[in-house]
Design a binder for this molecule. Structure first.
Ligand SMILES: C[S@@+](CC[C@H](N)C(=O)[O-])C[C@H]1O[C@@H](n2cnc3c(N)ncnc32)[C@H](O)[C@@H]1O
Length: 207
């Protein structure tokens, strides 16, 4: 399912250009496994971040070689049996398929991403792992195709920093989380004011 988000943003950039550049870069991350990017990728990076060993081991290289997270959202706790988990910007599916193992066959893992080739890779790996509890949505994190109060845990890794309209993302997270639901985000945070010139540079948004 593809969804459209309203173009509400305060950032001095063209959001359509930013999205097409993000899609170009992450299609390459999906297609060119083993290549060096300006950000770390792959299994050794996930291991270095302290990813849950048992679940990570079961996820095949076809997905983990395209892992492009920035930190480890699982340090805040595991998903529990039978829960529903949403991975915002799931990419090739490393966190998504770890979540699917944690929640078990009665739970549900929803993966959403705007880059089709990443999502296809995640889908193929879920089939290879014979996981029946995973759902895939092609769309935007600013406009989630899920019912309100339908998710126990939202996770995300290295995605919200790429989105200019962060209020839209957090409003959507608030809408889909159940009362008492949890949010575990790994992301990039800059602790000083970013200049207007830097905010206009698409390469700094995507890098
Ligand atoms: C740095 S990668 C991280 C992928 C995955 N979370 C991981 O850890 O491997 C960023 C991902 O966010 C997705 N993305 C960026 N902006 C998005 C948006 N507005 N809506 C949906 N997905 C987005 C990209 O397509 C890409 O797959």
């Amino acid at each position: 399912m593809t969804t459209q988000a309203p173009m509400t943003t305060q950032a001095p950039i063209n959001v359509d250009v930013l999205r097409s550049e993000i899609e170009r870069i992450y299609s390459e991350v999906s297609a060119e496994q083993g290549r060096d990017f300006i950000f770390p990728t792959g299994r050794s990076w996930a291991q270095e971040l302290g990813y849950p060993e048992n679940e990570l081991r079961r996820v095949p290289d076809a997905t983990v070689d395209s892992f492009a997270g920035v930190a480890n959202p699982w340090v805040h706790g595991r998903a529990q049996d039978d829960e529903s988990v949403l991975d915002l910007g799931c990419g090739a599916g490393t966190d998504l398929l770890i979540a699917a193992q944690m929640v078990g066959p009665e739970g549900r893992a929803f993966g959403l991403d705007m880059t089709g080739s990443m999502l296809e890779r995640a889908h193929r790996t879920a089939l290879e792992m014979d996981l029946q509890n995973v759902e895939f949505h092609e769309g935007l994190v600013e406009s989630l195709p899920l019912e309100e109060h339908s998710v126990d845990l939202v996770i995300s890794n290295g995605v919200i920093d790429l989105v200019p309209d962060k209020n839209a993302v957090f409003n959507e997270i608030d809408r889909v989380l159940k009362p008492g639901g949890r949010l575990q985000i790994a992301d990039v945070v800059i602790h000083k004011e970013v200049s207007e010139d830097a905010r206009e540079r698409i390469d700094l948004w995507t890098g």
